[in-house]
Design a protein around this ligand. Structure first.
Ligand code: URA
Length: 232
């Protein structure tokens, strides 16, 4: 894969394109140990060693981002009318063919992963791998526990997998699923004679939402977090 040097520096959050231009003029950028003064030069991030101001720039082939999704945005890459989670990322990330790993409803908030790693995302979303997702929820009225929704119920012609529900009080609780059918949690509680009025995803595949992230904020996953995802 080949990419412009200034794009590489901006993608790796090393320098903006204009900062990269200035640094290059001052001889601060090296490719494989040789000073490069033209930022439009093409490099191969997989094989070339780039240094900026004396430090090697670490390139991540795959980008994994966690975002605290705010209410009112779609978990999609782009949409003609509505704002998406990818639209909330700054350039150049918002034009790098990233996509959300899984879906949350427009009004659901909390942890959403955004990536360009199609293979791992596919694996994590596959029902075969049972990646766990924990959500906090609020109900409009107490649900009918006699319906035993945690044991599984018919949905789209199939039984749902067992879920874990832990209530804090009659209206607030946490639910852990290992699958993600359309509106699954809302439909489960509707079947149990209640209604979800608030839903927030707290974990995904062993990674917890960083509570330091305000709604709409994001950060890269750490290498350790990426490893945890790969172990799912
Ligand atoms: N279940 C739902 O009903 N909605 C979500 O966004 C996620 C799980």
């Amino acid at each position: 894969m080949s990419m412009r040097l200034d794009k590489f520096l901006s993608v790796t959050k090393t320098a903006s394109r204009s900062e990269a231009g200035k640094a290059a003029k001052h001889g601060k950028i090296c490719v494989n140990g040789k000073v490069v003064t033209d930022c439009s030069a093409h490099i191969d991030p997989d094989t070339d060693v780039i240094s900026f101001d004396g430090r090697d720039v670490v390139y991540r082939r795959f980008i994994w981002i966690m975002m605290n999704k705010p209410a009112g945005v779609l978990s999609a890459s782009n949409d003609k009318k509505e704002k998406t989670v990818v639209d909330l990322l700054p350039p150049p990330l918002n034009s790098m063919e990233l996509f959300p790993c899984g879906r949350l409803d427009k009004d659901t908030v909390g942890l959403i992963m955004i990536t360009n790693d199609g293979d791992l995302a596919h694996k994590l979303l596959s029902p075969k791998y049972h990646a766990e997702k924990e959500y906090a929820f609020t109900l409009e009225r107490p649900y009918n526990t006699a319906k035993r929704i945690e044991n599984g119920m018919m949905m789209d012609g199939k039984m749902t997998k067992p879920a874990k529900i832990v209530m804090e009080d009659e209206l607030h609780g946490k639910i852990t699923l290992t699958e993600g059918k359309y509106h699954q949690i809302k439909r489960m509680f509707e079947y149990a004679d209640s209604k979800v009025t608030f839903l927030k995803r707290l974990t995904f595949g062993g990674i917890a939402l960083d509570e330091a992230l305000a709604p709409g904020q994001w950060r890269y996953l750490t290498k350790q977090e990426e490893e945890i995802l790969r172990q799912n």
